[in-house]
Design a binder for this molecule. Structure first.
Ligand SMILES: [Cu+2]
Length: 99
């Protein structure tokens, strides 16, 4: 009994330790690059639901935080990204190639 309690406690501690790592990537949303406008710093993405913005999946235009973010992207690329609503402008703050 005491042994199994210790094992349960250990397991709970282990899960608690692992949880932050799991959350670290969960803020990223799956998407696909449709169009890139480097001059305007804009990016059209077909994206999955974005829970943090309360937005269903759709294709839409985003502004990018830094135009350099567009350099490594091509239309058709599968990506994972984070976006915020910056005073009404949906802005991509992070983007990476999906594995
Ligand atoms: Cu959208």
């Amino acid at each position: 009994m005491i042994k199994s309690l210790a094992a349960t406690t250990f397991l709970a501690a282990l899960l608690a330790a692992l949880a932050p790592a799991a959350f670290a990537t969960s803020h990223l949303t799956d998407g696909e690059v449709r169009k890139i406008d480097k001059d305007a710093g804009k990016l059209t993405l077909r994206h999955a639901e974005i829970k943090s913005l309360d937005m269903p999946g759709m294709t839409m235009v985003f502004v990018v935080k830094d135009k350099a973010m567009l350099d490594k992207l091509q239309p058709g690329d599968k990506v994972r990204f984070a976006a915020i609503n910056d005073a009404g402008k949906y802005t991509v703050t992070e983007i990476e190639a999906a594995k």
